[in-house]
Each structure stands twice: as C-alpha cells, then as structure tokens.
Ligand binder design. Sequence first.
Ligand SMILES: [Zn+2]
Length: 228
Amino acid sequence: MINNHPKFELIQAFVNGDLPASLSAGIAIHADMCVECQKTIAQFTEQVAENSFEEEFLDRFIVDDNDALESIAAIDFDHMINAIVDSSDIDVVVPTIEKNISFNDETYIIPTALNSMELGKHAHIGKLTRTRIQLNENEIHTSLLHIQPGGGVPEHTHKGFELTVLLAGSFHDESGEYVKGDFIMLDGSHQHNPVSTNGCLCYTVASAPLHFTKGINKLLNPIGSFIY
Ligand SMILES: [Zn+2]
C-alpha cells in the first residue's frame, strides 16, 4: 500500500503549473498509481477552474458597459453546457502507446508522463543502473534508477532535494519500507541508507549531488555524482 504522497502545497503548485517538468512528471507518475491523490488533484483543478471563470466574469462586469452586461446575462449557460456535453466532437479516444525499457533482462513499462521525454544510455556502477532523462533543467537532474537485488546506496544526506517515485519493486531505509507508487521527497534534514532486497526501479529527481555521511566521502563521490 502506498504510504508516501506529495504534500498538498506541491499538488497546488502542480495544478497551477508552477513546477519544473521533472517534479510535475513525478506527481503525474504518482497520481497514475494513487487514487487518493487523483481525487485531490481533480478537486483542486475544479476549484482553480471555477476561480478563473469567476475572475474572467468579474473583469467583464467591471470594464464593460451595460450593453455588454445584458449580452452576458442573455447567454443561456445551461444550453451552452448541454451543447458541449452532447457534442460528439469531444468523444475522441486518444490511444496510449506503451513504451518499454529493460534493465538486467527485466522489462518495464515507461510511465505515460515520460512517454515524450528523451532517455539517455544506461550507465552502470555496481548493482546500480542509471538512465538520464534529458530535461535540461540545469542543476536539477532527472533519471530512472534501477537497483539489482541486494543493491543500495551508502548512507547519505542531500544538499538540495531528492525525489524518488518507486515505479516497481521495493526498497527500505531507516524510515521503513517503500513500495510501488510511493512518492518520497527528502532534503538535507534526512539521512538514509536505502537498500533494495528484491530490486527496484525508481524515477529520481535531485537538485544537488549526494553528500555521504559515513566512510570516506571522496571515495564515494563517483557514486554520488552517478546517482545525481
Ligand atoms: Zn498519493
């Protein structure tokens, strides 16, 4: 069961279109698997749409003269909405083309939100495989990260933020077990050592290289920049 969801402020920013493509895709991927957040997004979207409709209406009310006001009053909204709902024009089914990606002989379906994004080549280090998602967001790096069974990342913290959305499999750290669909947003106040017993595939967004807290940071830096 999914236990980790985006904070409401993040959902608000998502609906308002204020998020970079990387985080926006992270929320879309999570919502695809989470009925609870789908509902929250739908409700907030409706609220935003209502507000902007009212604003537009009030703008006209203030600037326009009486003739215009009368013409607004003359619009038969019920009739208009019925016409839209009845129209066969909106009855278009857009086919979803499934795209696959393979890691270590296992094939995964790429989340719909990532379908139009360009993916880089696989790069490997130990049990980790990373595929960059080319979003060109400067210091924000986005990837698919695959961990083979028994693999993990040495204990680290973050100078910026690190978002992980679990696409398949599971992993655990000091805070518990994470499963498919979990949306895990961490920052410098979190320190963890994620390990995947049975392997997993994650969507990751990071705004700075990892900072290792145990062992010799210099020796681990290649892993840090690899994952970032
Ligand atoms: Zn959710």
